[in-house]
Ligand binder design. Structure first.
Ligand code: ZN
Length: 415
């Protein structure tokens, strides 16, 4: 990996206050050697240096929820009702080839870099994302999805997951990790959840679950009624044998919640659910724009934070949100929980890294962590550098570096 020195008007290490006229030195191993005031950071003669002038440098962003295998897919028509939308996504996926999923995953990774995102937590069932991440030397966790709402599908679902897992384990390495993702309470049976949870616990694998997203999901588990319950009845799928509990409690009964579990969405959650998630040490992938786009409502972000849960923000797929703009998610989170700019920016940097258990490696600019940086061109001189960074969007990204490698550079400033 190339050693590199980056300087700019502002460097935001995140874990420390902003540094005016700062610099970051990345070593040959791709990790940060030094970060501080420009005058204090070494200038080794053989290391290329670049001064980005008025720009703001911050750690590469962490997107805690993507479906990169769906990048660029088109549903063909709007589906305002969530159950119909899920069905439409499934139908479109069935028409796609392995090569198309891989092309989508590569495109999605490129879009992440263009947004300044250098670490992702991705869920998908095609196996394309772990392959795309491995070939690109990317950073993050590729969770292998599994579906199977009927208890009789257990063996088949597990066999399919085992095949994907073997491939993922072979491809992962370096900065690419893999995990398991039993999709959601309305697509996974209790026995399948329990089996995957046992597997993850035995092999110490990270888990990701779409949880408590829609009101219909709560209705299914609490009362055995509603849209998903009707669909299960039509398909001859037995309803959960112990109705009357919330989605969070239901997953806990099946051993799914723990310190390596990333809970995605978590919109339909009350005080008892938050206490339970905190007790289990779960992390949250908060997707405010996707939640709003699907009409699920607002997640209890302030409650996540007051309970001490690890929280990151995620975009969800391009089918839910038009652009994978992670800073827009951080701004939506700020507005939702009335956060200050620093707390909002933390959700897409160090907070996201902590949610994935990767905060010793990424999420802030510190000596020893990976040399992942995004360089932003501020839109105005007004406000603090933290506020200006938060107000930025993907059009303001000048360059992105992953482990010191230049993985994205905006056309206008390409030399
Ligand atoms: Zn999702």
């Amino acid at each position: 990996m190339p050693a590199r020195r980056i300087a700019a008007r502002w460097v935001l290490p995140i874990a420390l206050p902003p540094i005016k006229h700062g610099a970051v030195l990345v070593g040959l191993d791709g990790r940060v050697v030094a970060v501080g005031p420009d005058a204090a950071v070494p200038r080794p003669p053989d290391v290329p240096g670049e001064d980005f002038g008025d720009a703001i440098v911050l750690p590469g962003l962490v997107n805690t929820h993507t479906h990169l295998e769906l990048t660029g897919f088109d549903l063909g028509r709007p589906e305002p009702e969530f159950g119909d939308w899920i069905g439409r996504v499934r139908a479109v996926k069935e028409t796609r080839s392995t090569e198309e999923f891989l092309a989508a995953a590569r495109l999605g990774l490129a879009e992440c870099y263009a947004m300044g995102v250098t670490t992702v937590a991705d869920t998908g069932d095609s196996g394309a994302v772990v392959r795309a991440m491995a070939e690109a030397g990317a950073s993050g966790i590729a969770y292998q999805e599994v579906f199977g709402p009927h208890p009789e599908q257990l063996a088949d679902s597990l066999a399919a997951l085992r095949a994907r897992a073997e491939e993922a384990a072979r491809l992962a390495g370096g900065r690419v990790w893999w995990g398991l993702s039993p999709h959601a309470p309305y697509t996974v049976s209790g026995p399948l959840y329990a089996a995957v949870a046992r597997w993850a616990a035995r092999d110490r694998l990270p888990l990701a679950v779409h949880l408590a997203e829609s009101a219909a999901e709560s209705e299914l588990l609490e009362r055995g009624s509603g849209r998903f319950a009707d669909a299960w009845r039509r398909r001859g799928i037995p309803l959960p044998s112990e109705p009357g509990c919330s989605p969070v409690e239901w997953l806990d009964r099946h051993g799914v919640l723990g310190e390596r579990t990333l809970c995605i969405h978590v919109v339909q959650a009350g005080a008892a659910d938050l206490a339970r998630l905190a007790l289990r040490g779960c992390a949250i992938a908060h997707c405010p724009l996707s939640n709003a786009a699907h009409g699920h409502g607002a997640a209890p972000l302030a409650g996540f934070l007051s309970h001490g849960l690890r929280v990151g923000v995620g975009t969800d797929s391009g089918l839910s949100v038009s652009r994978l703009d992670l800073l827009a998610e951080a701004r939506a989170a700020r507005d939702l929980a009335r956060l200050d700019a620093g707390s909002a920016l933390a959700l897409c940097t160090l907070g996201g890294a902590a949610a994935l258990g990767l905060d010793a490696e990424v999420g802030s600019l510190e000596a020893g962590k990976w040399g992942d940086c995004v360089v932003l061109r501020p839109r105005s001189a007004a406000g603090s550098p933290v506020e200006r960074a938060l107000e930025s969007g993907r059009d303001d990204v000048i360059a992105t570096f992953a482990g010191g490698r230049n993985v994205y550079r905006a056309e206008a400033v390409r030399s």
